[in-house]
Design a binder for this molecule. Structure first.
Ligand SMILES: Cc1cc2nc3c(=O)[nH]c(=O)nc-3n(C[C@H](O)[C@H](O)[C@H](O)COP(=O)(O)OP(=O)(O)OC[C@H]3O[C@@H](n4cnc5c(N)ncnc54)[C@H](O)[C@@H]3O)c2cc1C
Length: 508
Protein backbone atom coordinates (compact mmCIF):
# COMPACT_ATOMS: atom_id res chain seq x y z
CA UNK A 1 0.00 0.00 0.00
CA UNK A 2 1.24 3.51 -0.84
CA UNK A 3 1.88 5.92 1.95
CA UNK A 4 2.17 9.67 1.66
CA UNK A 5 4.60 10.12 4.54
CA UNK A 6 6.44 8.04 7.12
CA UNK A 7 7.73 8.62 10.66
CA UNK A 8 10.90 6.93 11.91
CA UNK A 9 10.55 4.48 14.84
CA UNK A 10 12.58 6.49 17.34
CA UNK A 11 10.07 9.42 17.49
CA UNK A 12 7.27 7.51 19.14
CA UNK A 13 7.59 4.29 21.08
CA UNK A 14 3.93 3.42 21.22
CA UNK A 15 0.88 4.04 19.05
CA UNK A 16 -2.48 3.92 20.80
CA UNK A 17 -5.39 3.27 18.46
CA UNK A 18 -8.66 4.60 19.91
CA UNK A 19 -9.32 7.49 22.29
CA UNK A 20 -12.17 6.07 24.35
CA UNK A 21 -11.62 5.81 28.12
CA UNK A 22 -9.22 2.85 27.72
CA UNK A 23 -6.92 4.55 25.19
CA UNK A 24 -6.98 7.88 27.04
CA UNK A 25 -6.02 6.29 30.38
CA UNK A 26 -3.27 4.25 28.71
CA UNK A 27 -1.89 7.41 27.06
CA UNK A 28 -2.05 9.31 30.34
CA UNK A 29 -0.22 6.60 32.28
CA UNK A 30 2.48 6.07 29.64
CA UNK A 31 3.05 9.81 29.41
CA UNK A 32 3.32 9.96 33.19
CA UNK A 33 6.06 7.30 32.97
CA UNK A 34 7.87 9.48 30.39
CA UNK A 35 7.08 7.34 27.31
CA UNK A 36 6.47 9.04 23.95
CA UNK A 37 3.07 8.08 22.63
CA UNK A 38 0.75 8.98 19.81
CA UNK A 39 -2.97 8.45 20.24
CA UNK A 40 -5.26 8.43 17.21
CA UNK A 41 -9.02 8.21 16.79
CA UNK A 42 -11.04 7.87 13.60
CA UNK A 43 -13.81 10.13 14.94
CA UNK A 44 -13.69 13.88 14.35
CA UNK A 45 -14.81 14.65 17.92
CA UNK A 46 -14.79 13.05 21.35
CA UNK A 47 -17.94 11.10 22.30
CA UNK A 48 -21.01 13.05 23.45
CA UNK A 49 -23.04 10.23 25.02
CA UNK A 50 -23.22 9.35 28.70
CA UNK A 51 -22.72 5.57 28.04
CA UNK A 52 -20.74 4.05 30.96
CA UNK A 53 -21.53 6.05 34.09
CA UNK A 54 -20.51 3.88 37.05
CA UNK A 55 -16.98 4.51 38.32
CA UNK A 56 -15.80 1.83 40.71
CA UNK A 57 -13.70 2.32 43.84
CA UNK A 58 -10.72 0.44 42.34
CA UNK A 59 -10.67 2.84 39.39
CA UNK A 60 -10.68 5.80 41.82
CA UNK A 61 -7.84 4.20 43.82
CA UNK A 62 -5.79 3.92 40.63
CA UNK A 63 -6.76 7.47 39.60
CA UNK A 64 -5.56 8.69 43.01
CA UNK A 65 -2.04 7.59 42.03
CA UNK A 66 -1.91 10.40 39.47
CA UNK A 67 -4.01 12.88 41.44
CA UNK A 68 -7.15 12.42 39.32
CA UNK A 69 -9.63 10.91 41.76
CA UNK A 70 -10.80 14.09 43.49
CA UNK A 71 -11.48 15.84 40.19
CA UNK A 72 -13.74 12.99 39.07
CA UNK A 73 -15.48 12.74 42.46
CA UNK A 74 -16.12 16.49 42.53
CA UNK A 75 -18.04 16.21 39.25
CA UNK A 76 -19.86 12.93 39.95
CA UNK A 77 -22.87 11.86 42.01
CA UNK A 78 -22.41 9.61 45.05
CA UNK A 79 -25.29 7.17 45.40
CA UNK A 80 -27.19 7.17 48.70
CA UNK A 81 -29.68 4.30 48.54
CA UNK A 82 -30.82 1.39 46.43
CA UNK A 83 -34.61 1.40 46.10
CA UNK A 84 -36.29 -1.86 45.14
CA UNK A 85 -39.68 -1.87 43.45
CA UNK A 86 -41.98 -4.70 42.52
CA UNK A 87 -44.69 -3.88 39.98
CA UNK A 88 -43.92 -0.19 40.58
CA UNK A 89 -44.46 -0.37 44.34
CA UNK A 90 -41.48 0.32 46.63
CA UNK A 91 -40.59 -2.77 48.64
CA UNK A 92 -37.32 -1.72 50.31
CA UNK A 93 -34.72 1.01 50.42
CA UNK A 94 -31.18 -0.13 51.18
CA UNK A 95 -28.48 2.34 52.27
CA UNK A 96 -25.45 2.17 49.96
CA UNK A 97 -23.63 5.23 51.26
CA UNK A 98 -20.22 4.26 52.70
CA UNK A 99 -20.98 0.58 52.07
CA UNK A 100 -17.25 -0.15 51.69
CA UNK A 101 -16.22 1.74 54.82
CA UNK A 102 -12.79 0.60 56.00
CA UNK A 103 -12.12 -1.28 52.75
CA UNK A 104 -11.21 1.59 50.44
CA UNK A 105 -10.62 5.34 50.66
CA UNK A 106 -13.56 5.48 48.20
CA UNK A 107 -16.24 3.42 49.98
CA UNK A 108 -19.13 4.60 47.77
CA UNK A 109 -20.66 4.10 44.32
CA UNK A 110 -20.01 7.05 42.01
CA UNK A 111 -21.82 7.98 38.81
CA UNK A 112 -20.22 10.23 36.22
CA UNK A 113 -21.12 10.20 32.51
CA UNK A 114 -18.55 8.79 30.10
CA UNK A 115 -18.44 11.86 27.82
CA UNK A 116 -17.65 14.22 30.74
CA UNK A 117 -15.17 11.67 32.09
CA UNK A 118 -13.39 11.52 28.72
CA UNK A 119 -13.22 15.35 28.62
CA UNK A 120 -11.30 15.35 31.92
CA UNK A 121 -8.90 12.66 30.65
CA UNK A 122 -8.36 14.57 27.37
CA UNK A 123 -7.60 17.78 29.28
CA UNK A 124 -5.13 15.96 31.59
CA UNK A 125 -3.44 14.53 28.54
CA UNK A 126 -3.29 17.93 26.86
CA UNK A 127 -1.63 19.39 29.97
CA UNK A 128 0.90 16.56 29.73
CA UNK A 129 1.64 17.64 26.13
CA UNK A 130 -0.30 14.97 24.19
CA UNK A 131 -3.18 15.75 21.84
CA UNK A 132 -5.55 13.14 20.46
CA UNK A 133 -5.08 12.99 16.67
CA UNK A 134 -8.65 13.05 15.29
CA UNK A 135 -9.86 11.87 11.90
CA UNK A 136 -7.02 9.34 11.99
CA UNK A 137 -7.99 5.78 11.28
CA UNK A 138 -5.78 2.73 11.52
CA UNK A 139 -6.39 0.68 8.43
CA UNK A 140 -3.55 -1.83 8.39
CA UNK A 141 -0.78 -3.13 10.58
CA UNK A 142 2.19 -5.41 10.03
CA UNK A 143 4.94 -6.52 12.40
CA UNK A 144 8.62 -7.45 12.20
CA UNK A 145 10.78 -8.84 15.04
CA UNK A 146 11.56 -5.42 16.39
CA UNK A 147 8.84 -3.01 15.25
CA UNK A 148 5.25 -2.49 14.15
CA UNK A 149 4.21 -0.62 11.00
CA UNK A 150 0.80 0.99 11.20
CA UNK A 151 -0.89 2.51 8.17
CA UNK A 152 -3.13 5.36 9.21
CA UNK A 153 -5.54 7.31 7.07
CA UNK A 154 -5.64 10.92 8.23
CA UNK A 155 -6.27 14.40 6.82
CA UNK A 156 -2.90 14.27 4.98
CA UNK A 157 -3.60 10.98 3.24
CA UNK A 158 -1.91 7.74 4.27
CA UNK A 159 0.84 7.76 6.87
CA UNK A 160 3.07 4.84 7.84
CA UNK A 161 3.95 4.99 11.52
CA UNK A 162 6.80 2.80 12.78
CA UNK A 163 6.66 2.06 16.46
CA UNK A 164 8.01 -0.41 19.00
CA UNK A 165 4.51 -1.42 20.24
CA UNK A 166 0.89 -0.87 19.18
CA UNK A 167 -2.08 -0.86 21.54
CA UNK A 168 -5.54 -1.60 20.17
CA UNK A 169 -8.02 0.36 22.31
CA UNK A 170 -10.37 0.61 19.36
CA UNK A 171 -13.53 -0.80 20.90
CA UNK A 172 -15.78 -3.78 20.26
CA UNK A 173 -15.38 -3.72 16.45
CA UNK A 174 -11.60 -3.47 16.73
CA UNK A 175 -9.64 -3.17 13.48
CA UNK A 176 -6.50 -4.08 15.41
CA UNK A 177 -8.08 -7.37 16.49
CA UNK A 178 -9.13 -8.04 12.92
CA UNK A 179 -5.68 -7.19 11.53
CA UNK A 180 -4.06 -9.50 14.07
CA UNK A 181 -6.49 -12.23 13.05
CA UNK A 182 -7.51 -12.81 16.67
CA UNK A 183 -10.83 -14.59 17.23
CA UNK A 184 -13.53 -13.01 19.40
CA UNK A 185 -15.59 -16.01 20.53
CA UNK A 186 -18.84 -15.67 22.47
CA UNK A 187 -22.34 -14.72 21.46
CA UNK A 188 -25.03 -12.11 21.17
CA UNK A 189 -28.27 -12.06 23.17
CA UNK A 190 -31.46 -12.05 21.16
CA UNK A 191 -33.14 -9.40 23.38
CA UNK A 192 -32.73 -5.73 22.52
CA UNK A 193 -31.53 -3.48 25.33
CA UNK A 194 -32.50 0.17 25.58
CA UNK A 195 -30.67 2.99 27.32
CA UNK A 196 -32.13 6.44 27.77
CA UNK A 197 -31.22 9.61 29.60
CA UNK A 198 -34.36 11.48 30.64
CA UNK A 199 -35.40 14.39 32.81
CA UNK A 200 -38.12 13.23 35.19
CA UNK A 201 -39.63 13.52 38.63
CA UNK A 202 -39.67 10.61 41.01
CA UNK A 203 -41.16 9.71 44.37
CA UNK A 204 -37.67 8.48 45.35
CA UNK A 205 -34.59 10.64 46.01
CA UNK A 206 -32.90 11.53 42.73
CA UNK A 207 -29.49 10.19 43.83
CA UNK A 208 -30.84 6.67 44.40
CA UNK A 209 -30.43 3.62 42.21
CA UNK A 210 -33.78 1.96 41.53
CA UNK A 211 -34.08 -1.69 40.64
CA UNK A 212 -37.66 -2.13 39.43
CA UNK A 213 -38.82 -5.64 38.64
CA UNK A 214 -42.04 -7.32 37.58
CA UNK A 215 -42.78 -10.84 36.43
CA UNK A 216 -42.56 -9.67 32.76
CA UNK A 217 -39.62 -7.29 32.70
CA UNK A 218 -37.41 -4.86 34.62
CA UNK A 219 -36.09 -1.31 34.50
CA UNK A 220 -33.05 0.13 36.27
CA UNK A 221 -32.79 3.86 36.95
CA UNK A 222 -29.51 5.55 37.84
CA UNK A 223 -28.70 9.19 38.57
CA UNK A 224 -26.81 10.86 35.72
CA UNK A 225 -25.37 14.38 35.25
CA UNK A 226 -27.51 16.49 37.60
CA UNK A 227 -30.50 16.25 39.87
CA UNK A 228 -33.67 15.12 38.15
CA UNK A 229 -31.73 13.51 35.31
CA UNK A 230 -31.97 9.70 35.05
CA UNK A 231 -30.34 6.88 33.13
CA UNK A 232 -32.92 4.22 32.28
CA UNK A 233 -31.92 0.70 31.27
CA UNK A 234 -34.25 -2.11 30.28
CA UNK A 235 -35.32 -4.53 27.58
CA UNK A 236 -37.43 -3.59 24.56
CA UNK A 237 -40.82 -5.40 24.85
CA UNK A 238 -40.86 -8.49 22.57
CA UNK A 239 -43.81 -7.15 20.49
CA UNK A 240 -41.73 -4.06 19.54
CA UNK A 241 -38.47 -5.90 18.77
CA UNK A 242 -39.14 -6.30 15.06
CA UNK A 243 -39.94 -2.59 14.52
CA UNK A 244 -37.51 -0.81 12.23
CA UNK A 245 -37.06 2.34 14.32
CA UNK A 246 -37.67 1.56 17.95
CA UNK A 247 -38.20 4.78 19.87
CA UNK A 248 -38.73 5.87 23.46
CA UNK A 249 -42.53 5.68 23.14
CA UNK A 250 -42.17 1.95 22.57
CA UNK A 251 -40.64 1.43 26.01
CA UNK A 252 -42.40 4.23 27.89
CA UNK A 253 -45.33 2.13 29.19
CA UNK A 254 -42.90 -0.43 30.70
CA UNK A 255 -40.68 2.36 32.13
CA UNK A 256 -43.63 4.16 33.74
CA UNK A 257 -45.22 0.98 35.10
CA UNK A 258 -41.97 -0.22 36.67
CA UNK A 259 -40.37 3.02 37.88
CA UNK A 260 -43.34 5.37 38.52
CA UNK A 261 -41.16 8.16 37.02
CA UNK A 262 -42.97 11.10 35.43
CA UNK A 263 -40.91 11.73 32.32
CA UNK A 264 -40.61 15.41 31.32
CA UNK A 265 -38.13 15.22 28.46
CA UNK A 266 -35.68 12.88 26.78
CA UNK A 267 -31.98 13.68 26.22
CA UNK A 268 -30.78 10.46 24.62
CA UNK A 269 -32.23 7.14 23.56
CA UNK A 270 -30.42 4.19 22.08
CA UNK A 271 -31.03 0.50 21.56
CA UNK A 272 -28.42 -2.18 21.15
CA UNK A 273 -27.78 -5.89 21.22
CA UNK A 274 -25.61 -7.03 24.10
CA UNK A 275 -22.67 -9.29 23.29
CA UNK A 276 -20.62 -11.51 25.54
CA UNK A 277 -17.21 -12.16 24.04
CA UNK A 278 -13.57 -12.46 25.09
CA UNK A 279 -10.73 -12.37 22.53
CA UNK A 280 -8.70 -15.57 22.55
CA UNK A 281 -5.43 -13.59 22.68
CA UNK A 282 -4.77 -10.18 24.25
CA UNK A 283 -1.28 -9.96 22.75
CA UNK A 284 0.23 -10.94 19.43
CA UNK A 285 3.94 -10.19 19.32
CA UNK A 286 4.19 -6.39 19.65
CA UNK A 287 0.49 -5.58 19.49
CA UNK A 288 -2.05 -5.67 22.32
CA UNK A 289 -5.82 -5.64 22.70
CA UNK A 290 -7.17 -3.57 25.59
CA UNK A 291 -10.67 -2.66 26.84
CA UNK A 292 -13.73 -3.41 24.69
CA UNK A 293 -11.42 -4.57 21.88
CA UNK A 294 -10.53 -7.52 24.14
CA UNK A 295 -13.81 -8.20 25.99
CA UNK A 296 -17.44 -7.14 25.91
CA UNK A 297 -20.40 -8.10 28.06
CA UNK A 298 -23.71 -6.82 29.37
CA UNK A 299 -23.60 -3.46 31.19
CA UNK A 300 -24.97 -5.18 34.33
CA UNK A 301 -22.85 -4.09 37.26
CA UNK A 302 -21.12 -1.14 35.53
CA UNK A 303 -17.93 -3.11 34.93
CA UNK A 304 -17.08 -2.65 31.20
CA UNK A 305 -15.33 0.71 31.18
CA UNK A 306 -13.71 0.09 34.58
CA UNK A 307 -12.26 -3.18 33.30
CA UNK A 308 -10.82 -1.41 30.24
CA UNK A 309 -9.21 1.19 32.49
CA UNK A 310 -7.82 -1.60 34.68
CA UNK A 311 -6.36 -3.31 31.58
CA UNK A 312 -4.72 -0.05 30.49
CA UNK A 313 -3.05 0.53 33.86
CA UNK A 314 -1.93 -3.11 34.11
CA UNK A 315 -0.19 -2.82 30.73
CA UNK A 316 1.12 0.76 31.05
CA UNK A 317 3.79 0.25 33.72
CA UNK A 318 5.01 -2.94 32.03
CA UNK A 319 5.29 -1.29 28.59
CA UNK A 320 7.05 1.73 30.12
CA UNK A 321 9.58 -0.52 31.88
CA UNK A 322 10.26 -2.45 28.66
CA UNK A 323 10.64 0.50 26.26
CA UNK A 324 12.87 2.25 28.81
CA UNK A 325 15.05 -0.90 29.05
CA UNK A 326 14.27 -1.39 32.72
CA UNK A 327 12.66 -4.81 32.19
CA UNK A 328 12.86 -7.80 29.91
CA UNK A 329 10.12 -7.87 27.20
CA UNK A 330 8.92 -11.18 28.68
CA UNK A 331 7.29 -9.05 31.42
CA UNK A 332 4.66 -8.08 28.81
CA UNK A 333 3.41 -11.69 28.67
CA UNK A 334 1.94 -11.23 32.16
CA UNK A 335 -0.62 -8.71 30.80
CA UNK A 336 -2.66 -11.39 29.04
CA UNK A 337 -2.27 -13.91 31.89
CA UNK A 338 -3.47 -11.40 34.49
CA UNK A 339 -6.26 -9.71 32.58
CA UNK A 340 -7.77 -12.49 30.49
CA UNK A 341 -8.75 -14.61 33.48
CA UNK A 342 -10.61 -11.66 35.02
CA UNK A 343 -12.32 -10.82 31.72
CA UNK A 344 -13.56 -14.41 31.35
CA UNK A 345 -14.83 -14.47 34.92
CA UNK A 346 -16.58 -11.14 34.43
CA UNK A 347 -18.24 -12.16 31.18
CA UNK A 348 -19.54 -15.36 32.74
CA UNK A 349 -20.90 -13.57 35.87
CA UNK A 350 -22.61 -10.75 33.95
CA UNK A 351 -23.93 -13.38 31.55
CA UNK A 352 -25.66 -15.22 34.41
CA UNK A 353 -27.06 -11.97 35.81
CA UNK A 354 -28.33 -10.98 32.39
CA UNK A 355 -30.05 -14.35 31.90
CA UNK A 356 -31.76 -14.04 35.30
CA UNK A 357 -32.96 -10.51 34.61
CA UNK A 358 -34.35 -11.30 31.18
CA UNK A 359 -35.54 -14.91 31.47
CA UNK A 360 -39.20 -15.62 30.76
CA UNK A 361 -38.90 -18.98 32.53
CA UNK A 362 -39.97 -19.79 36.08
CA UNK A 363 -36.46 -19.30 37.51
CA UNK A 364 -36.28 -15.77 36.09
CA UNK A 365 -39.73 -14.98 37.49
CA UNK A 366 -38.68 -16.26 40.94
CA UNK A 367 -35.56 -14.07 40.91
CA UNK A 368 -37.47 -10.99 39.79
CA UNK A 369 -40.55 -11.70 41.88
CA UNK A 370 -38.98 -12.90 45.14
CA UNK A 371 -35.17 -12.82 45.31
CA UNK A 372 -34.55 -9.22 44.18
CA UNK A 373 -37.45 -7.51 45.98
CA UNK A 374 -37.46 -9.56 49.22
CA UNK A 375 -34.40 -11.83 49.74
CA UNK A 376 -31.79 -9.30 48.63
CA UNK A 377 -32.88 -6.68 51.20
CA UNK A 378 -32.55 -9.28 53.99
CA UNK A 379 -29.05 -10.21 52.82
CA UNK A 380 -28.09 -6.55 52.61
CA UNK A 381 -28.89 -6.07 56.28
CA UNK A 382 -26.05 -8.46 57.16
CA UNK A 383 -22.88 -6.28 57.29
CA UNK A 384 -20.71 -9.14 55.97
CA UNK A 385 -22.92 -9.53 52.88
CA UNK A 386 -22.90 -5.79 52.21
CA UNK A 387 -19.09 -5.71 52.39
CA UNK A 388 -18.89 -8.82 50.19
CA UNK A 389 -21.10 -7.14 47.57
CA UNK A 390 -18.96 -3.98 47.67
CA UNK A 391 -15.73 -5.97 47.32
CA UNK A 392 -16.98 -7.68 44.16
CA UNK A 393 -18.65 -4.75 42.42
CA UNK A 394 -15.92 -2.22 43.26
CA UNK A 395 -13.23 -4.50 41.73
CA UNK A 396 -11.05 -4.20 44.88
CA UNK A 397 -11.22 -8.00 45.14
CA UNK A 398 -9.64 -8.48 41.69
CA UNK A 399 -6.37 -10.37 42.16
CA UNK A 400 -3.49 -11.86 40.17
CA UNK A 401 -2.53 -14.81 42.38
CA UNK A 402 -1.94 -17.06 39.35
CA UNK A 403 0.45 -14.56 37.70
CA UNK A 404 4.12 -15.40 37.11
CA UNK A 405 4.82 -12.07 38.84
CA UNK A 406 3.25 -13.24 42.15
CA UNK A 407 5.18 -15.16 44.77
CA UNK A 408 4.61 -15.94 48.45
CA UNK A 409 1.92 -15.42 51.05
CA UNK A 410 1.53 -14.56 54.71
CA UNK A 411 -1.68 -15.26 56.59
CA UNK A 412 -4.69 -14.65 54.36
CA UNK A 413 -2.88 -12.27 52.00
CA UNK A 414 -1.28 -13.74 48.87
CA UNK A 415 1.05 -12.21 46.32
CA UNK A 416 -1.14 -10.98 43.47
CA UNK A 417 -3.70 -9.43 45.85
CA UNK A 418 -4.37 -5.71 45.80
CA UNK A 419 -2.49 -4.08 48.69
CA UNK A 420 -5.17 -3.80 51.41
CA UNK A 421 -5.96 -0.24 52.39
CA UNK A 422 -4.79 0.77 55.87
CA UNK A 423 -5.85 4.06 57.35
CA UNK A 424 -3.77 5.90 59.96
CA UNK A 425 -4.72 9.05 61.85
CA UNK A 426 -3.39 11.58 59.32
CA UNK A 427 -2.43 9.43 56.34
CA UNK A 428 -2.82 5.97 54.81
CA UNK A 429 -0.66 3.30 53.17
CA UNK A 430 -1.90 4.29 49.69
CA UNK A 431 -0.21 7.73 49.79
CA UNK A 432 3.18 6.19 48.90
CA UNK A 433 1.64 4.53 45.81
CA UNK A 434 1.63 7.94 44.11
CA UNK A 435 5.33 7.27 43.35
CA UNK A 436 4.01 4.67 40.82
CA UNK A 437 7.16 2.61 41.28
CA UNK A 438 8.17 -0.64 42.95
CA UNK A 439 8.33 -0.26 46.74
CA UNK A 440 8.63 -2.37 49.85
CA UNK A 441 6.13 -2.05 52.69
CA UNK A 442 6.74 -3.30 56.19
CA UNK A 443 4.13 -3.01 58.93
CA UNK A 444 6.07 -3.09 62.20
CA UNK A 445 9.87 -2.75 62.17
CA UNK A 446 12.57 -3.37 59.59
CA UNK A 447 15.95 -4.71 60.72
CA UNK A 448 18.92 -2.40 60.05
CA UNK A 449 20.42 -5.05 57.70
CA UNK A 450 17.21 -5.10 55.68
CA UNK A 451 17.14 -1.29 55.46
CA UNK A 452 20.74 -1.24 54.16
CA UNK A 453 20.09 -4.04 51.66
CA UNK A 454 16.87 -2.51 50.31
CA UNK A 455 18.68 0.80 49.86
CA UNK A 456 21.30 -1.04 47.81
CA UNK A 457 18.52 -2.42 45.62
CA UNK A 458 17.40 1.20 45.01
CA UNK A 459 13.82 0.46 46.01
CA UNK A 460 11.83 2.74 48.31
CA UNK A 461 11.13 1.24 51.72
CA UNK A 462 8.05 2.37 53.70
CA UNK A 463 7.81 1.23 57.30
CA UNK A 464 4.34 1.69 58.85
CA UNK A 465 3.58 1.39 62.56
CA UNK A 466 2.02 -1.89 63.66
CA UNK A 467 -1.46 -1.52 65.14
CA UNK A 468 -4.94 -3.02 64.93
CA UNK A 469 -5.50 -1.42 61.51
CA UNK A 470 -2.96 -3.40 59.42
CA UNK A 471 -3.87 -6.51 61.38
CA UNK A 472 -7.59 -6.07 60.58
CA UNK A 473 -6.65 -5.58 56.91
CA UNK A 474 -4.99 -9.02 57.00
CA UNK A 475 -1.35 -7.86 56.93
CA UNK A 476 1.28 -9.62 59.05
CA UNK A 477 3.75 -7.93 61.36
CA UNK A 478 7.35 -7.35 60.12
CA UNK A 479 6.71 -9.10 56.79
CA UNK A 480 8.21 -7.90 53.50
CA UNK A 481 5.51 -6.85 51.00
CA UNK A 482 6.93 -5.89 47.61
CA UNK A 483 4.38 -3.67 45.85
CA UNK A 484 4.13 -3.21 42.07
CA UNK A 485 3.69 0.22 40.44
CA UNK A 486 -0.07 -0.50 40.11
CA UNK A 487 -0.56 -1.24 43.82
CA UNK A 488 -0.72 -5.07 43.67
CA UNK A 489 1.52 -7.16 45.90
CA UNK A 490 4.17 -9.03 43.89
CA UNK A 491 6.12 -10.76 46.61
CA UNK A 492 5.67 -11.63 50.28
CA UNK A 493 8.33 -12.92 52.65
CA UNK A 494 7.88 -13.13 56.41
CA UNK A 495 11.61 -13.70 57.05
CA UNK A 496 12.90 -10.21 56.16
CA UNK A 497 15.38 -12.03 53.94
CA UNK A 498 16.77 -9.52 51.41
CA UNK A 499 18.51 -12.26 49.43
CA UNK A 500 15.20 -13.84 48.47
CA UNK A 501 13.82 -10.40 47.56
CA UNK A 502 16.86 -9.76 45.37
CA UNK A 503 16.41 -13.12 43.68
CA UNK A 504 12.72 -12.34 43.01
CA UNK A 505 13.54 -8.90 41.56
CA UNK A 506 16.09 -10.35 39.14
CA UNK A 507 13.35 -12.71 37.92
CA UNK A 508 10.91 -9.85 37.17
C1 LIG B 1 -25.20 2.57 24.36
C2 LIG B 1 -24.13 2.10 25.30
C3 LIG B 1 -24.34 2.15 26.67
C4 LIG B 1 -23.37 1.69 27.55
N1 LIG B 1 -23.60 1.73 28.88
C5 LIG B 1 -22.65 1.27 29.73
C6 LIG B 1 -22.84 1.30 31.13
O1 LIG B 1 -23.88 1.74 31.62
N2 LIG B 1 -21.84 0.83 31.93
C7 LIG B 1 -20.64 0.31 31.41
O2 LIG B 1 -19.72 -0.08 32.15
N3 LIG B 1 -20.45 0.29 30.08
C8 LIG B 1 -21.41 0.74 29.24
N4 LIG B 1 -21.19 0.71 27.92
C9 LIG B 1 -19.90 0.20 27.46
C10 LIG B 1 -18.80 1.25 27.60
O3 LIG B 1 -19.21 2.42 26.95
C11 LIG B 1 -17.51 0.66 27.06
O4 LIG B 1 -17.14 -0.43 27.90
C12 LIG B 1 -16.37 1.65 27.01
O5 LIG B 1 -16.66 2.74 26.17
C13 LIG B 1 -15.13 0.94 26.47
O6 LIG B 1 -14.12 1.86 26.27
P1 LIG B 1 -13.00 1.61 25.18
O7 LIG B 1 -12.11 2.80 25.28
O8 LIG B 1 -12.39 0.27 25.37
O9 LIG B 1 -13.74 1.56 23.79
P2 LIG B 1 -14.63 2.70 23.07
O10 LIG B 1 -15.21 3.61 24.07
O11 LIG B 1 -15.53 1.98 22.15
O12 LIG B 1 -13.58 3.54 22.26
C14 LIG B 1 -12.97 3.05 21.07
C15 LIG B 1 -12.47 4.23 20.26
O13 LIG B 1 -11.68 3.72 19.18
C16 LIG B 1 -11.97 4.48 18.02
N5 LIG B 1 -11.66 3.63 16.85
C17 LIG B 1 -12.29 2.50 16.46
N6 LIG B 1 -11.67 1.97 15.38
C18 LIG B 1 -10.63 2.78 15.09
C19 LIG B 1 -9.61 2.77 14.09
N7 LIG B 1 -9.52 1.79 13.18
N8 LIG B 1 -8.70 3.77 14.07
C20 LIG B 1 -8.75 4.76 14.99
N9 LIG B 1 -9.70 4.83 15.96
C21 LIG B 1 -10.61 3.84 16.02
C22 LIG B 1 -13.45 4.83 18.14
O14 LIG B 1 -13.77 5.98 17.38
C23 LIG B 1 -13.60 5.07 19.65
O15 LIG B 1 -13.41 6.42 19.98
C24 LIG B 1 -22.15 1.17 27.04
C25 LIG B 1 -21.93 1.14 25.67
C26 LIG B 1 -22.91 1.59 24.80
C27 LIG B 1 -22.67 1.53 23.32
Amino acid sequence: MDSSNSTPPQNTSILIVGAGPTGLVLALWLTHFGVNVRIIDKNAEAGTESRAIGIQARTLELYQQIGLAQDIIAHGIKVNDLTLRKNGRKTFSLPLKDMGKGLSPFPFILFFPQDDHEKILIERLRLAGVTVERNSELIKLTQTNDSVQAIVKNENGLETINIAYLCGCDGARSTVREQLNIQFPGGTYSQIFFVADAIATSDSADDDIQLCVSSEDFCITLPVRNHGSYRLIGIVPPDKESKENINFDDVLPSVTRNTQLKIKSLNWFSTYHVHHRVANQFQKERAFLIGDAAHIHSPAGAQGMNTGIGDAINLAWKLAAVVQNRADPKLLGSYQIERMQFAKQLVSTTDKLFQIMTSKHLLGKIWRGIVFPFVMPMLFRIPFMKRFFFKIVSQIELKYRHSPLSQGHAGKIYAGDRLPWVQYETTDNFASLQAMDWQVHIYGTASSTLVTDINKLKIALHVFPWSNNPETAGLEKNTIYLIRPDGYIAYINSDQNPLLLKEFLSFT
